[in-house]
Ligand binder design. Structure first.
Ligand code: F6R
Length: 610
């Protein structure tokens, strides 16, 4: 989604803004722009469709555009095609007010017509230009007052950065339903979509809440509520290193992040296992509460939803309680059966996915208690939850999630174990066995990664296929969903995941000579059943890659064309090992097809529009 960065201080703003935008590139975008103010040149705006490099070249890395205050933006088109004119910053007709925006203004048509009736001409198709023009309309010498009037008139989601040439000693920030942070420094301040844009310059940040407005000068940051009353904001110290958001010698962030999975998994579980016992410090849920719940709802999107599908299998089996997993984008519109006895587990890497956030708010309105699993500290979902458990994966930059997915799974195991203990639905021996195996997962992940060339070899055999089917049963099916998504999103190969038993009910008609099928059979209890499905697709000409645990390897090799083996582990934990070869397979296939792996077409890292 769009990336925003604003700087006010004593340095030349343009190079700082370009650097911040480069760090936000991972969010996904199709055009970029800058607005910088100087006394000589006034408010200068430069915008370009395409990669940030096009913009950076236009301004020679920032050397041709001077001034110590400015805004930068990477746009992910919603209203109006990607083009120079639709890029942000959008400026008012007089050219004195510039706005960068992430989100969607829902009533922009009505406001546009109102302004057009007053004779105001529009040059772009964007909803953001409407905001710039409306600001100008309300502006009577006090930009904060104009901002406040505009905010009370518009509907929708927004994070804004605003600059006015009449008062270039300040930047204005405002948010509702789209993330925006402030960064504090000695003699400078930032506004930005997320911490990665500012971490090189400062580790002191605050997270704006919905309805808040901030006025930044070089030396001061004042935050106001919606009624323009100043409020105190808590500052947060960001403790991860700048290098965590850099490639560190890898060709792609995705490759780096896959290699980081053992560490991320270890960092997420180790501090939460004390002497063989799961301790979830931030979880204020006890046995009495769990005893009276009627249902666990798991709400998420994309890969986080796929973690939810694994969780449903694991939790229902272990807790003997109904668990429903639902896509956040559907939740609000399906009249969900939520009561005051419902626990909603909300899963999100970014903590800002708008559908997940909205579904979470709806679940709360209906009475549910919210437990969230989030990676980005201080994000909206984390802040609005009753309980939050952080995945300590560090920043994830590649659009396709890998280490965040793995750490979300890690927390699902820990929550399941803790709940099972509180509910008394697990034998001590079984509990101990799972905890012991859990601690071995990072080492087993390393074993798989040490042998990644084998996956690279399989990718070299199969990368030319145009259509792939992932089949599995039970949690193997859940992992297939993720393997399939990973492959399609970065390699653009058409790919689907099916519960293997469903093949005969339609899909098998698509299997023909040379169709690639990835058969997941690590859930050993269903190994034979899955292998029958493999025989069915093989006899119709499919090429089959099989994935199973080492102890079933010899048996599988008799039937499949290529076999990928992962170390044996407890059945509940198999997804954490299976997913790694599937992520590697998607990565190498995309590499061989020459795809833009870290920034796949049309995708954004943090989806902050519905
Ligand atoms: C796929 C991927 C997406 C996200 C989805 C939810 O690789 O990353 O499917 O999982 O957009 O995002 P979060 O977890 O940030 O809510």
């Amino acid at each position: 989604m769009c990336g925003i960065v604003g700087y006010i201080g004593r340095e030349e703003a343009a190079p700082v803004l370009l650097d911040g935008l480069a760090r936000l590139e991972y969010r996904g975008y199709d055009s970029a722009g800058l607005a910088v103010f100087s006394q000589q040149d006034g408010l200068k705006v430069v915008k370009a469709k395409g990669r940030l490099k096009v913009l950076a070249d236009m301004v020679q890395g920032g050397r041709t555009i001077h001034g110590t205050v400015g805004l930068g933006h990477t746009r992910w088109a919603t209203h109006g095609e990607p083009s120079d004119v639709n890029s942000h910053p959008q400026v008012s007709a007089s050219g004195r007010i510039a706005v960068v925006h992430n989100g969607i203004i829902e009533n922009y048509v009505e406001i546009k017509e109102f302004l057009q009736a007053k004779g105001i001409k529009f040059v772009s198709q964007t909803d953001t230009e409407v905001v710039a023009q409306l600001l100008e309309y309300y502006y009577e010498g006090d930009i904060l007052d104009a901002v406040s009037k505009v905010l009370s008139r518009i509907q929708g989601a927004y994070a804004f950065g605003i600059i006015c040439a009449d008062c270039p000693d300040r930047l204005i920030a405002a948010r509702k339903d789209s993330p925006l942070i402030l960064g504090y420094g000695e003699g400078f301040h930032f506004l930005a979509s997320d911490v990665t844009a500012v971490i090189k310059y400062t580790r002191e940040v605050c997270y704006l809440e919905d309805g808040e407005i901030a006025v930044l000068t070089a030396d001061k940051a004042t935050v106001y509520d919606a009624y323009l009353q100043p409020i105190e904001k808590e500052k947060h110290h960001v403790d991860w290193e700048v290098s965590a958001a850099e490639k560190g010698g890898y060709e792609h962030f995705m490759a780096k992040e896959i290699m980081e999975e053992p560490k991320a998994f270890r960092d997420t579980i180790s501090p939460r296992i004390h002497n063989g016992h799961v301790v979830l410090d931030n979880l204020n849920i006890d046995g009495a509460y769990l005893e009276q719940i009627d249902k666990i709802y798991i709400i998420a999107c994309g890969s986080s939803y796929h973690v939810g599908v694994v969780a449903k299998y694991i939790m229902e089996k272990t807790l003997r309680r109904p668990v429903e997993v639902t896509l956040a984008s559907e939740f609000r519109y399906c009249q969900p059966l939520v009561t005051q006895h419902t626990l909603a587990i909300v899963i999100s890497q970014s903590g800002e996915t708008i559908d997940t956030l909205a579904a979470m708010r709806e679940a709360r309105r209906l009475g549910a208690r919210i437990l969230s699993i989030v990676n980005v500290v201080g994000s909206s979902i984390a802040r609005e939850s009753d309980d939050v458990l952080y995945t300590w994966a560090g920043p994830e930059i590649a659009v396709a999630t890998t280490k965040a997915y793995s750490t979300q799974l890690a927390l699902i195991y820990l929550i399941t174990l803790r709940f099972a203990e509180l509910l008394g639905t697990i034998e001590q021996g079984e509990y101990d066995k799972i905890v012991a195996e859990l601690l071995l997962i990072p080492t087993k992940m390393e074993q798989i990664l040490n042998n990644k060339e084998a996956i690279q070899y399989f990718a070299s055999i199969y990368f030319n296929h145009d259509s792939v089917f992932f089949i599995g049963r039970n949690i193997d099916y859940a992992i297939g969903l993720e393997g399939s998504l990973k492959l399609k999103e970065i390699s653009y190969i058409h790919s689907e995941a099916y519960a293997a038993g469903e093949l005969k009910h339609g899909t098998i008609s698509l299997i023909e000579d040379g169709t690639l099928v990835v058969a997941l059979a690590s859930h050993t209890a269903l190994f034979e059943k899955l292998m029958s499905n493999v025989v069915e697709v093989k006899s119709r000409g499919a090429d089959v890659i099989g994935l199973t645990v080492e102890s079933k390897g010899d048996e599988m090799k008799k039937t499949v064309d290529s076999a990928i083996l992962v170390p044996d582990t407890h059945p509940m934990l198999v997804p954490s090992l299976d997913v790694i070869p599937l992520q590697l397979f998607a990565y190498y296939v995309a590499l061989m097809r020459g795809c833009d792996i870290d920034k796949p077409r049309n995708l954004a890292k943090s989806v902050t529009v519905e």
